[in-house]
Design a protein around this ligand. Structure first.
Ligand code: 13P
Length: 250
């Protein structure tokens, strides 16, 4: 069965609750594509009004982060039960900005991935190399390490339903999109790594997104690659351009 594309916006730390509702109203008619799962990952405080605002549309709402404990004395954190109760089905885990500014590690990513699955939330597991790593030729080794640790103790069924986002750090927010060949090469290497950890069936089922300066002009070629199943879009997801990205095949 061919994999269904999944195109997600990552709003990062943008949009107040009222701005969120306004943006959703603007984008709603523009992001209709029956071939694609459309997801807006929004700041925690925007989740409840966003879930309300997308009712009756094809848009799903996801979170940008989640803690790996069920509940308790973890001031400022958001629990998996809070997300499911609010209507969230997807959560971004281990974005490079969280790794860089909030000290997330491969180990905390793994804990969060396991906890998300426990609550029936699909994790979008982020990986990606720095410019130095790319220039030193260690990109694939580094990504394989990130993937292997992220998937520790994840069952084959869970892995088959997961989403991985390959986001080269040097391409995030820089306007410097990876070439189609670079993106496809790493997404294929990720799929091969999943086949090694599990088997070909899990590898064929898992969805792998590309992220990093995706735009309306780069999306069609990127998403046509055999191992790229959609995108995780930052800046361009806050504008009408996101409609063109979602409708990349029209
Ligand atoms: P940009 O699309 O703004 O480069 O951000 C990519 C990203 O980090 C998505 O998670």
């Amino acid at each position: 069965m061919p994999r269904r594309k999944i195109i997600a916006g990552n709003w990062k730390m943008n949009m107040t609750p009222s701005e969120a509702v306004e943006l959703i109203e603007t984008l709603k008619p523009l992001v209709v594509n029956e071939d694609v799962d459309v997801l807006f990952c929004v700041p925690a405080i925007d989740i409840i009004p966003a879930v309300e605002a997308v009712k009756g549309s094809n848009i799903m709402i996801g979170a940008e982060n989640m803690y790996f404990e069920d509940k308790g004395a973890f001031t400022g954190e958001i629990s998996p039960a809070m997300l499911t109760d609010a209507g969230v089905k997807y959560v971004i885990i281990g974005h490079s900005e969280r790794r860089e500014y909030f000290a997330e590690t491969d180990e905390t990513v793994n804990k969060k991935v396991l906890k998300a699955f426990e609550y029936g939330i699909t994790p979008i597991i982020c990986c990606g190399e720095t410019l130095t790593q790319r220039e030193q030729g260690v990109t694939i080794d580094f990504i394989r390490q990130q993937i292997k640790i992220a998937f520790l103790n994840v069952t084959p069924d869970q892995a088959a339903s997961a989403v991985i986002a390959y986001e080269p750090i040097w391409a995030i927010g820089t306007g410097k999109v990876a070439t189609t060949q670079q993106a496809q090469e790493v997404c294929k290497a990720i799929r091969d790594c999943i086949a090694e950890i599990y088997d070909d069936a899990v590898a064929a089922s898992i969805r792998i997104q590309y992220g990093g300066s995706v735009s309306a002009s780069s999306a069609p070629e990127l998403f046509a690659q055999p191992d790229i199943d959609g995108g995780l879009v930052g800046g361009a997801s806050l504008k009408a351009d996101f409609g063109q990205i979602v409708c990349y095949n029209k």
